[in-house]
Design a protein around this ligand. Structure first.
Ligand code: ZN
Length: 444
């Protein structure tokens, strides 16, 4: 018998992803993520890094999944913890939660494992960390084998985790987009997914983050062209240009490095989290660059003093796309570095604002500061990393699961997913199931 426990991630976007699958008497945990807005709020207010806080405090803050009841009831049955990709709302809580299931190894693609190592900041956890490449399998027990199937998203080595069981396959694709022309890495492994589908997929669990968007989410190559369209207008100019994007978006960073060179500018990546992600990618042998990467504050001061003297020479790629108060861009805007924004300098936000009150407020403050200095602002030079409505249909049609469990959204998004699946023949509460955090579902 298969049972699903929606521990977290089913009640809002970007928050506390954690699902458990019980196959008879063995349990696999999928993802252990942070509640990102709580982290941003805490770090902004306290000026202290979240990594210093213990489990109890994080639970009290609602910053990690509440696994108390789950731990009590299923804790001793957990055989493995599998992490689907490197975003912190999926892997951030590993350092606090995984030790509670200490016999279970943490399995993820090499890049994700390296990002988890960064998040541990040298702290040891009792769990074994097992890197597993896309397109490979790992046998957990006589009944359970894990397979990583390559997918596309906004960070590298994102996979659909497939749990092969005697009752059929369970496909966990949280998060995903269908990008047939990715900048780095391969397109989704449709052929393998089709093979698995032919043999029978019992359950599909997948994200609904952008399901309200009509049509298809454009490829990452479109984001590159959008950036070129803005940036190449500034060739042969001597104004300051700062671009900010998600630090984990290695493909986007790679495009920016190339465009900077095309402009005749020197690309420099500035910020601790950018530096962490770039070093994880390098250790996982999936991306390396000879562009300068600056992760320490002292070096940032030194470098930005140089930029101030010769603004037209550099393209600064900095942290702070959500206006996080302690990020490089926010601190530049507050004149905390020897760099002064002035008339006609350019700031490009290669991202969208995450629709949470804290991110919206932070970005407002940052943009106001920049506008006061007459900086030119370009917003939303970006494409999403999540599947839109028609992609969602295509994915369901490809996998043809017997049961569909949408996740990674509030009730509004999960309801759209249920509606869409009903047009494809699924029936609410019979073959499409809306779960909320803490709910359980028996599949028979
Ligand atoms: Zn993600």
């Amino acid at each position: 018998m298969i049972e699903i426990w929606a521990v977290g991630g089913y009640s809002e976007v970007g928050s506390k992803n954690m699902t458990a699958i019980k196959v008879d008497d063995e349990v696999i945990i999928l993802d252990m993520g942070y509640n990102v807005s709580k982290i941003v709020e805490y770090e902004g207010k306290e000026g202290e890094e979240i990594v210093k806080l213990p489990y109890e405090k994080m639970l009290e803050m609602d910053a990690i999944p509440n696994d108390s009841l789950f731990h009590e009831e299923w804790g001793d049955k957990v055989k493995a913890i599998v992490i689907g990709h490197a975003h912190i709302d999926h892997c951030g809580a590993v350092r606090l939660l995984a030790p509670r299931y200490k016999k279970a190894p943490v399995i993820a693609t090499p890049f994700t494992i390296e990002v988890i190592r960064n998040l541990l900041e040298g702290k040891k956890i009792p769990n074994k960390l097992i890197p597993l490449n896309p397109s490979s399998k790992y046998k957990i027990s006589d009944k359970i084998t894990i397979e990583m199937v390559n997918m596309t998203h906004s960070t590298l080595q994102t996979v659909a985790v497939v749990i092969h069981t005697p009752y059929g396959a369970i496909v966990y694709s949280n998060d995903f987009k269908l990008d047939n022309h990715p900048i780095l890495g391969k397109k989704p492994d449709y052929r393998r997914l089709q093979e698995i589908s032919k043999r029978g997929i019992l359950v599909q669990i997948s994200d609904t983050t952008r399901i309200e968007n009509f049509g298809h989410t454009p490829s990452e190559t479109i984001a590159r062209e959008m950036l070129k369209d803005v940036l190449l207008r500034y060739i042969n100019r001597d104004n300051g240009i700062v671009v900010t994007t998600f630090s984990s978006h290695i493909a986007r960073l790679s495009s920016l490095i190339n465009i900077a060179r095309q402009m005749g500018r020197v690309p420099v990546l500035v910020g601790r989290s950018i530096s962490n992600y770039i070093s994880a990618a390098k250790r996982a042998h999936i991306f390396s660059t000879n562009a300068k990467v600056i992760g320490f504050k002292k070096q940032m001061h030194k470098f930005l003093r140089k930029v101030q003297k010769d603004k037209g020479k550099y393209l600064v790629i900095a942290t702070g796309n959500q206006g996080e108060p302690d990020s490089v861009l926010s601190r530049m805007a507050k004149d905390e570095f020897p760099f002064k924004f002035e008339q006609d300098d350019v700031v490009i936000f290669s991202c969208t604002v995450i629709p949470t009150p804290i991110s919206e407020a932070n970005r407002n403050i940052l943009e106001k500061r920049l506008l006061e200095k007459n900086v030119r602002i370009f917003r939303d030079v970006h494409v999403s990393g999540h599947a839109a409505r028609e992609d969602q249909k295509d994915f369901l049609n490809l996998l043809k699961p017997k049961h569909y469990v949408p996740t990674h959204g509030g009730m509004d998004k999960l309801a759209i997913a249920a509606d869409i699946s009903q047009t494809l023949g699924y029936e609410l509460n019979k073959t499409v199931h809306i779960l909320q955090d803490g709910k359980r579902l028996v599949i028979d």
